[in-house]
Design a protein around this ligand. Structure first.
Ligand code: ATP
Length: 601
């Protein structure tokens, strides 16, 4: 709270607040106190200069210029605020729209917004005001319409960036409807920047209205706003400068107040960016398997379980240019199994997991001859369509599939307290009431060893440590009945002292509830200790799947797996020589090992 109030204690903050209060008081009271005087013409005092009775003189109707300017505050400020509210609301709705539509329509909508924003907004407002007719209502509609594209662009850009964060992906895995994701997870994280921009825009609106009225397009007689007063006064500016200068000064001052208020808001609000660091990356990976069955396209992480939890055949992911990023991958993971996935950076581990979770970027093209999760076929005529998966199987995936992302800071929505985030699954999936879901969330937080879970549930993610955030993510998965957990480098961002706790939690879940686990990691020691089998990926292909015992003993066959093992230091490593690394230009075969391949290690 003190952080929010700190900017108010600066001289600029005090000045802004005081002037804002004065502006509001004038807008509310001036019409009541001086409305009649400001409207009543006095033919005996037409176009007088400054005097004791009239500080800044009178206008062509003999009315006090100062009083008319004060009385015009309500209409001028009111119209600016109304247009801002309408423009911002419409702009935000338009800016969020592409997130709700399919990729093609979204691109078209985004292009439409870009084209609209290319028009100078004041020019657009003038054109619209002419088209809509001369009235205050038309002016409000015109200024709001001219402002909307700007906000649509801002909203679209910011929401696109937030939509890439892990906590939004996590919400999608849970099957949260798109509109709810936008309102609950995206909008709160861009709200602050929009608020600041809106208050600054209100000042700009004020000038736009003055311009319209000055051109005779806005408020019509007998009503008057500052722009109209300026228009009336400009013809007499050389005889009676105050007639134009007073309303002109009011426009400038009020515009300044709004702008200063916007600046003050910017300093007071923490801002979406500071609440949660953006991480565009998504990584999730690998599964557990049982036997290595070389296939024509790649090694298969194959489960011995008669009815695997996850069954993937010939998964291929290509980008828009046709480059193949994941090439013919086949995986089986059975209940209670842990499959490790290792491989060089960029080998396609995350994309594989994204495809399984239905979180693939729409720009990517994915196909599979089989993609079954927990007895449900997820692919559609060979196409892995994330949109369709979420629509058709969102509920099933949300209940039985849990994802633990790499970066615990970006996995949780920074704008929502941890308890309600964990409780969301209970409310969405199990139809629990707010109170019941909150109670269950506390139980789950407790079960993942969050100390003082009741109190912690009321805290925001930034008040949690990294390890606690990962535990909270796991607690979220436990709100359903997960049959499979995809853990994408879940401990990479954590201190080593915390890693053990998080991995232990995943292992307990696997052992006690028979939950299958796919663990992506670069840490060979972790993989060897945690997993039954390990799938080695290289350039988009599974080149080898090996029992972890064999991995530990070095009984591997593919040259890339050898190279991976050679790069792991051991107690026997010669400390006087540089550690072995895999050269960047190394070119290993991308085909899978088969039974004829000699075990050379
Ligand atoms: N949305 C996308 N559009 C185009 N290419 C992509 C996209 N996402 C990932 N890629 C590319 O696909 C390849 C595999 O990416 P992926 O994230 O699966 O790698 P990874 O094995 O998980 O790497 P790391 O270990 O560094 O996380 C990379 O070359 C990456 O640049």
């Amino acid at each position: 709270m003190s952080r929010v109030l700190r900017p108010l204690r600066t001289p600029l903050g005090v000045l802004t607040v005081v002037t804002l209060i004065i502006l509001v008081l004038v807008a509310v009271l001036a019409s009541v106190l001086w409305g009649d005087d400001a409207r009543l013409a006095d033919p005996s005092r037409i176009a007088e200069g400054p005097s004791d009775d009239h500080l800044f003189g009178t206008d062509a109707g003999g009315r006090d210029i100062l009083l008319r300017t004060l009385v015009a505050t309500r209409l001028s400020v009111g119209m600016a605020l109304l247009a801002t509210v309408i423009g911002v609301t419409v702009g935000i709705a338009l800016g969020l729209l592409p997130q709700l539509l399919g990729p093609r329509i979204a691109r078209a909508a985004a292009s439409g917004i870009n084209i609209a924003i290319a028009f100078p907004s004041l020019l657009l407002a003038i054109v619209l005001a002419v088209v809509l007719g001369r009235s205050a209502f038309a002016a409000v509609a015109a200024v709001a319409a001219a402002m909307a594209p700007d906000f649509a662009r801002l909203t679209y850009t910011m929401s696109s960036s937030v939509a890439g964060r892990d906590f939004v992906q996590a919400a999608r895995v849970l099957g949260v409807p798109k509109v709810v994701v936008l309102l609950r997870h995206v909008l709160p994280n861009i709200r602050d920047a929009l608020l600041v921009r809106a208050s600054i825009s209100a000042g700009i609106c004020l000038v736009a209205f003055a311009s319209l009225s000055f051109l005779g397009l806005g408020v019509q007689a007998p009503e008057f706003d500052w722009g109209r007063l300026l228009d009336e006064g400009q013809s007499r500016i050389f005889v009676s400068p105050a007639s134009a200068l007073v309303p002109g000064a009011a426009i400038v001052l009020a515009g300044l107040v709004f702008t200063m208020f916007g600046e003050l808001l910017a300093k007071s609000l923490p801002g979406a960016g500071s609440r949660g660091r953006s991480r565009a990356a998504r990584r999730r990976h690998g599964p557990l398997s049982a036997s290595t069955v070389p296939t024509p396209t790649g090694a298969t992480a194959d489960s011995t379980d008669a009815s695997p939890v996850l069954r993937v055949r010939d998964l291929t992911v290509a980008d828009a240019d046709g480059s193949v990023l994941v090439d013919g991958l086949s995986i089986d993971v059975g209940a209670g199994e842990v499959l490790g996935v290792v491989g060089e950076s960029g080998s396609g581990k995350s994309l594989t997991m994204m495809a399984v979770a239905g979180l693939l970027d729409p720009s990517l093209d994915a196909t599979a001859s089989t993609l079954e999760f927990d007895g449900v076929t997820l692919d559609h005529a060979g196409r892995v369509d994330a949109e369709r998966m979420s629509r058709t199987h969102g509920r099933h995936l949300g209940e039985h599939l849990a994802v633990v992302f790499q970066d615990p800071m970006s996995s949780l929505n920074p704008a929502i307290r941890v308890g309600p985030q964990v409780a969301e699954v209970g409310r969405l999936r199990h139809g629990l009431g707010r109170r019941a879901a909150a109670g269950e969330a506390v139980d789950r937080l407790d079960s993942v060893h969050i100390p003082d879970a009741d109190r912690r549930a009321h805290q925001y993610p930034h008040q949690f440590s990294g390890g606690m955030r990962q535990r909270a993510m796991i607690a979220m998965g436990l709100m359903g009945s997960p049959r499979l957990v995809l853990a994408d480098e879940p401990t990479t961002a954590l201190d080593v002292t915390v890693q053990k706790g998080v991995l232990g939690l995943l292992r307990d879940l696997n052992r006690e509830q028979g939950t299958a686990l796919i663990l992506v990691s670069h840490d060979m020691a972790v993989v060897a200790a945690m997993c039954h089998r390990v799938m080695v990926m290289y350039r988009g292909r599974a080149v080898e799947v090996v029992d972890s015992d064999d991995l530990i003993a070095g009984r591997v066959r593919h040259p890339y797996t050898h190279a991976l093992l050679d790069s792991v230091p051991s107690m026997q490593t010669d400390r006087d020589r540089p550690l072995t690394t895999i050269p960047e230009d190394a070119d290993f075969p991308t085909g899978p090992v088969d039974d004829r391949t000699e075990v050379t290690r």
